[in-house]
Design a protein around this ligand. Structure first.
Ligand code: BGC
Length: 730
């Protein structure tokens, strides 16, 4: 694979009105940190952020958030005394490109200064994947007059999160041509060391000084340029935190000291090789649809850029590391939407992400205890400790005098089963018994215990029930017996028993240890089985239709078509209460269940439920998590054209901002869903005892689809083609 086409995301115009969307799109990262695509020079309204995995700090309302680290991009250029800014002077040519093969972001500009001096400037940057503590920048500048070039590079500890400050100053200084800064987060006490080295090559009479401004040490270099001569500026920044070392300050200084005088080339080579290895494991090729192909690769790039490779105590938030949206919090988005991509292509990363849930088990136990339950209840929104960090009250989006109560952190309980589902899927795909023995089993047992304590016996129905919950479809809260939640709870309880039985055979000592540690006895295990087998479940025998929750069919019937065209979500149109009373879904719920537990659906009920709920789902402005899942189920019932429409809605969520909110950060769950739609939807990949097997159904205009997976230690590549007659062959 690794063909030459469809690797480059291009921006052809400088447009301040859509700068925040562009910042999201041009986010780069290396699994340690992520940096939005702000420019080197500053513009009003920009959101220049760098988020480092795991660096959270307390904040009102949302409890904790990823902290915006000091900006490493900053380069102020004074060209012949004039400040370089694209808001001034004249832009003669402009192009910005992100190369998805290696995360190199390049901007080429020809600019005429207000005084009329013509400049040619090329800016490049990458976040090293080979050494994720190093960030590299290079600028090539040519002036068409004899002028002085002054370059200023500031390391600022004044960075904030939308005006909220998290950093305390500890120290700063200079060392040869570098500046360093030592900071600490205010509440969580995480220390950060950052140092930047600035070198300018070319010109004459080169001079460098340092401005020792408190909390903003600045390196300043000047050089005399001759007309037509190119000068190269190289800036290398290093970051370490006390999460990786006891001495972040020493670590950044050492990291820069050991670099050669000109470091870009060497760092680039190892970085590009590291990216190549990533793509070799997971690239997807689509022939006949460049638009979709680029969008798929963009999604995979963003997942890879956020994938923690060295750290098993962090996970990927709903916006990855690309924006303020959801403040870096981790949802079911990771386990159900993003994880399969890693499980089947980069299982080491999947293991790290699942280990994060193991390391936050204490937080989940605490949450269960505080809610009056037993075992472990995972947080709907999780950060460093696993304690619940969903805001309980948030300001109303239009009427700032009002607050809205958010219930997801209290009652969206399916997340605990979702975590187990992802562990099971990972274990099936990798055969990583070690993970199951030492981490997975304990999670399974603790979550089963939670479900058993949360279930309520209804003597009238003769069933165990889960009342007052929120299912995946968040337009409906405080509902009883949500089909997705009930089915996953049943699956989880019964699978926990299987896991324990397996562990007893495979590693009796560990099984005995867990029984002892958790004080598990036969009565409790029997109770899990009893509850699991008697959980409320209702399905219409004739049609196969499943009611999303008790009373859903009685909600106010709205024909979605009568509201089209619209530019807002059903919840904004009808209000929170209005949407709750109506039958429209924010995102798939029964259809989600059909994807996650397909064994519960025969062909007829799959079709019946898809058709019914598809017509009642807010695809355009509901949740971005939905379209990829609808695409997969549409493929399964043989509707590739409809599947393609859903698929493209997901695929363009970021690149073309189809939902109008990409400025908040990328839709990471949708990115993972896109991979699943390609592989499990159009590729139709299924696993049976003999291994993986594709049942392709490509969109009519796709000529070819190639993808790779790793399954139980072995690589599989599928090269699927659309035959001229319109059918497919494997
Ligand atoms: C969706 C949830 C999702 C969350 C974070 C919400 O709008 O309804 O399913 O987990 O966003 O992406």
């Amino acid at each position: 694979m690794l063909n030459e086409r469809n690797w480059i995301v291009t921006e052809k115009h400088f447009d301040l009105k859509r700068q925040n969307h562009a910042e999201t799109i041009f986010t780069i990262g290396n699994g340690y940190l992520g940096t939005r695509g702000a420019h080197e020079e500053r513009y009003p309204g920009e959101e220049r952020t760098t988020f480092i995995h795991g660096v959270f700090d307390d904040v009102p309302i949302v409890f904790t958030e990823l902290v915006n680290a000091p900006d490493w991009l900053d380069l102020t250029l004074l060209l012949g005394g004039e400040l370089f800014s694209l808001s001034e002077g004249e832009i003669l040519t402009y192009q910005r490109q992100l190369d998805l093969r290696n995360g190199l972001l390049t901007r080429s500009v020809e600019w005429r200064s207000p005084r009329g001096v013509r400049w040619q400037l090329t800016f490049e940057r990458f976040a090293s994947l080979a050494n994720p503590h190093l960030l590299c920048q290079r600028v090539r500048a040519t002036a068409f007059e004899n002028v002085t070039l002054e370059v200023r590079s500031t390391l600022s500890g004044e960075t904030d999160n939308l005006n909220y400050k998290h950093w305390d100053w500890l120290g700063q200084g200079f060392q040869r041509n570098s500046a360093w800064l030592h900071l600490r987060t205010r509440s969580s006490g995480i220390e950060l060391g950052v140092a930047a080295r600035l070198s300018v090559n070319g010109g004459g009479n080169l001079q460098q000084t340092g401005w020792d401004t408190r909390n903003a040490p600045t390196l300043v270099t000047t050089t005399e340029m001759k007309s037509g001569e190119a000068v190269e500026i190289e800036k290398i920044t290093a970051f370490y935190t006390s999460r990786e070392t006891n001495d972040p300050q020493g670590a950044v200084r050492r990291a820069l000291e050991t670099l050669p005088k000109r470091a870009w080339e060497g760092l680039w080579e190892s970085h590009a090789r590291a990216w190549q290895r990533e793509w070799e494991a997971c690239d997807v090729l689509i022939e006949g649809d460049d638009h979709a192909h680029l969008a798929v690769r963009f999604s995979l790039f963003q997942l890879l850029a956020a994938a923690p490779r060295q750290d098993e105590r962090v996970s990927i938030g709903a916006k990855a590391l690309s924006g303020y949206g959801y403040r870096g919090h981790v949802f079911w988005d990771t386990e159900i939407f993003m994880l399969p991509f890693f499980t089947y292509t980069r299982p080491e990363v999947a293991r790290n992400l699942l280990s994060y849930r193991y390391h936050t088990l204490e937080g989940a136990r605490k949450k269960a205890r505080e809610n009056g339950y037993k075992g472990a209840q995972f947080a709907w929104e999780s950060a460093s400790t696993g304690e619940e960090v969903t805001p309980t009250w948030v300001p109303h989006p239009t009427d700032r005098t009002k607050l809205i109560r958010i219930w997801t952190g209290d009652i969206q309980i399916h997340i605990s089963a979702d975590v187990c589902y992802a562990i099971w899927q990972y274990w099936q795909a990798t055969g990583d018994d070690d993970f199951m023995i030492h981490r997975g089993a304990e999670i399974f047992l603790e979550v089963a215990r939670f479900w058993a304590s949360r279930a309520e016996w209804n003597a009238e129905n003769g069933s165990y029930e889960f009342t007052d919950v929120i299912g995946p479809d968040e337009y409906h809260d405080h509902v009883d017996n949500n089909a997705y939640t009930n089915a996953l709870a049943r699956w989880q309880l019964l699978t926990a028993l299987k896991v324990l039985a397996w562990l007893e055979g495979r590693n009796p000592d560990k099984a005995a240890e867990l029984r002892r540690l958790l004080e598990l006895d036969e009565n409790e295990l029997n109770r899990w089985r009893e509850i699991g087998e008697k959980i409320y479940w209702k399905q219409d025998a004739a049609s196969g239709l499943i009611e999303q929750f008790e009373g859903y069919f009685q909600r106010r019937q709205i024909d979605l078509r009568s509201l089209e065209p619209r530019m807002q979500s059903i919840q904004s149109l009808l209000g929170i209460e209005g949407a709750n009373d109506a039958n429209i879904l924010k995102q798939p719920d029964v259809v989600m269940l059909a994807y996650v537990l397909p064994e519960l659906f025969d062909e007829n009920s799959l079709r019946a439920n898809y058709e019914y709920y598809n017509a009642r789902t807010d695809h355009t402005f509901g949740s971005s998590l939905g379209p990829a899942i609808h695409a997969i189920i549409a493929c399964r019932i043989g509707k590739p054209d409809e599947a393609y429409e859903h698929f493209m809605r997901a695929a363009l969520a970021d690149l073309e901002d189809v939902r109008g909110n990409a400025h908040d950060g990328i839709h990471a769950a949708s990115a993972g869903g896109i991979w699943q739609a390609v592989v499990f939807g159009f590729g139709g990949l299924r696993f049976d005892p003999e291994g993986p097997k594709p049942f392709p159904g490509l969109p009519r205009h796709w000529k070819r689809l190639v993808f790779r997976i790793k399954y139980r230690g072995q690589f599989y590549e599928y090269d699927l083609r659309n035959s001229p007659a319109g059918g497919d062959e494997g």
